[in-house]
Design a protein around this ligand. Structure first.
Ligand code: HEC
Length: 152
């Protein structure tokens, strides 16, 4: 049990923007369901949850791009990036709005054929915009996001 809590704290440290222990403790919760341990109740902001969904989606998309067979479609829920609420310590600002617009455009381009750039390039352009925005105010997840890039 203790081992699991420790592991989970580490996990959320790894995920969230600023790795202060205080924040990690607040957002971590352990529940016991039918005697089985469940320690995945991590309460993040609407934006943090959206970001985790965006990460998960791009893990899958990366494989599809590598296989040269994209069957996913652009997830409309990504447009929530323009309205989702942030964690207490963060708020919407011009820089965020600028990069979120660019990111959405780049992610959409992965799903179009009329482009001079290769599929892998278009995919990487979108991921690089995740990274560019994160460099401005949320550096914690950058190593994790970099793993999404397709190496030439
Ligand atoms: C326009 C800026 C911007 C873009 C683009 C962006 N992010 Fe984020 N990301 C943020 C901000 C700001 C937060 C913190 C949100 C909060 O704490 O409310 C965040 C949080 C995260 C988190 C941490 C979530 C958590 O558990 O706390 C992950 C992981 C993440 N982003 C991955 C990604 C990935 C992957 C992409 C691209 C597919 C991406 N982000 C695109 C700004 C951005």
């Amino acid at each position: 049990m203790i081992k699991h809590i420790a592991f989970f704290c580490l996990l959320s440290l790894f995920f969230s923007c600023n790795s202060s222990e205080e924040k990690t403790k607040k957002e971590t919760e352990v529940t016991i369901v039918d005697g089985a341990e469940r320690y995945d109740v991590y309460r993040g902001s609407e934006m943090a949850n959206l970001m985790r969904g965006m990460h998960a989606f791009n893990v899958q998309l990366k494989q599809e791009v590598i296989d040269g067979n994209v069957t996913s479609e652009f997830p409309e829920e990504f447009l929530k990036i323009h309205s989702a609420e942030f964690s207490e310590s963060k708020s919407r600002n011009k820089t965020f709005d600028h990069y979120s617009g660019q990111f959405i455009e780049a992610q959409k381009l992965v799903f179009t054929n009329d482009s001079n750039e290769s599929l892998a390039q278009r995919y990487n352009n979108a991921i690089n915009l995740c990274i560019t925005c994160h460099q401005t105010e949320c550096t914690g997840p950058i190593p994790k996001i970099k793993k999404l890039l397709i190496k030439p």
